[in-house]
Design a protein around this ligand. Structure first.
Ligand code: GLU
Length: 427
């Protein structure tokens, strides 16, 4: 990640450009440019070796005019408060574009879970909750998993919250294991949601999905399920990539005739790291981390971190590429956006493309509130409907107005949030 990149500045500049187009008043503009509330705190942990290590934790609530703040918690060694602010802001737009009654929030801890024992991770989760328990909850702010956090982390957090409050609040956190109030389909939801939007975009373009090639960055939860459904629909995935903690390096795994997803999953650990030797023996080419971007494919799916398609590498994108579907949050910088626009590449913007996760989190909350759980096919059917509807609303607006897809999505979201703020008398 280049030094100058600041995700929050990027989120603000995207917002500013659309606020200008919408001619938003100064007051509402200022309100939406910044998070409403932020919590920065320390989490001291007694490590397995007997020392005490102090971790930095965050929760940022960007806006809750449409409902309780909602968004994941990331564990990442390079986490910064500005990354969390950006991600919280994008959550506001994400919940608004799919029209669920939630606001935007995000949390983080600066840590590397790869080098922490399960007990140490549990202490971080419980410590995180102890520091913000008064400011989160099912009616205030509802956390969820994100980069390097998983259902086990969520259930430790739930347990700590319920210990503190002395009651059951299964709707205080989502992405829980199904055995403890989670929703069927939540694990698949983000990756599947990405592909529902890709499927609809191909339909609008009149291109059958069969034989279409996608190159995917990442092999975590989002990338794995996106690859799975894309292949199920008849597409082929020509590359994925992953981080290898032993080497402190990332690699692309290339397979021009299409990956075998079940095989790759069988040689992948719980952090999404693929065994290079086994992959090589099966005919995969192990290449530079950025190789995924320069593959001959029709679709690029960045499904890892922010700032992955930028001014330095956007020109490496082959002419075969007609679409970028942003599974990650903030993968494309404004500079790269301009280049994609100029080349006429169709972009499904992050906060629309990857909204399947939070949409299913919303369903999880609804099910928890009812204390009645739906079968998986019902969850996925509702998810598909919500994503499909949101995608076409944005694509219709983009078509009618000639706006770039990202700007059209922003226009819908900003207007929805601004109306809620106005109605509440905030601005
Ligand atoms: N972390 C996911 C996202 O960025 C899901 C958030 C949620 O389920 O609340 O959208």
């Amino acid at each position: 990640m280049s030094k100058e990149f600041n995700a929050f500045e990027m989120a603000q500049s995207q917002f500013d450009a659309v606020a200008d187009k919408l001619e938003l008043d100064e007051g509402i503009r200022e309100l939406l440019r910044w998070p409403l509330r932020e919590f920065h705190f320390l989490i001291p942990v007694h490590m397995d070796d007997g020392t005490v290590k102090v971790f930095h934790g965050y929760r940022v609530q960007h806006n809750d005019a449409r409902g309780p703040a909602k968004g994941g918690i990331r564990f990442h060694p390079q986490e910064t408060v500005d990354t969390v602010r950006a991600l919280a802001t994008w959550m506001t737009w994400k919940c608004a574009v799919v029209d669920i009654p939630l606001g935007g929030g995000k949390g983080g801890v600066i840590c590397n879970p790869h080098s922490l024992s399960a007990r140490e991770q549990e202490q971080i989760c419980r410590g995180w909750i102890r520091q913000v328990a008064r400011n989160i909850g099912p009616l205030q702010d509802v956390p969820a998993p994100d980069v390097m956090t998983n259902p086990q982390h969520m259930v430790w957090m739930l347990d700590e919250y319920e210990k503190m409050t002395g009651a059951h609040y299964p709707g205080m956190i989502t992405g829980k294991p199904v055995e403890v109030g989670g929703s069927l389909g939540r694990t698949e939801a983000t990756g599947f949601g990405v592909i529902y939007t890709v499927r609809e975009a191909l339909k609008r373009a009149g291109v059958p999905i069969k034989g279409v090639r996608a190159s995917i960055q990442g092999f975590g939860n989002v990338a794995q399920y996106a690859a799975k459904l894309f292949i199920e629909y008849g597409g082929s995935v020509v590359a994925v990539s992953c981080w290898d903690n032993d080497d402190h390096a990332a690699y692309s795994f290339l397979k021009p005739d299409g990956i075998d997803i079940d095989f790759l999953l069988s040689i992948t650990d719980r952090f999404g790291t693929i065994d290079k030797d086994k992959a090589k023996a099966a005919g995969y080419v192990i290449a530079d981390p950025e190789s995924w971007i320069e593959q001959e494919a029709e679709i690029l799916i960045p499904a890892a971190l922010e700032n992955q398609i930028n001014g330095d590498n956007v020109d490496k994108i082959k002419n075969t590429v007609k679409m970028v579907a942003e599974g990650a949050n903030g993968p494309t910088t404004p500079e790269a956006d301009e280049a994609l626009k100029a080349r006429g590449i169709f972009v499904i913007p992050d906060f629309l493309c990857n909204a399947g996760g939070v949409t299913c989190s919303y369903f999880e909350q609804v099910q928890c509130n009812q204390n009645f759980f739906w079968p998986k096919d019902e969850v996925l059917k509702r998810l598909d409907e919500q994503m499909t509807q949101a995608f076409h609303a944005v694509a219709d607006l983009a078509e009618e107005t000639g706006e770039y897809m990202r700007d059209a999505a922003y226009m819908i979201s900003i207007q929805r949030v601004a109306v809620a703020c106005h109605l509440r008398g905030w601005a």
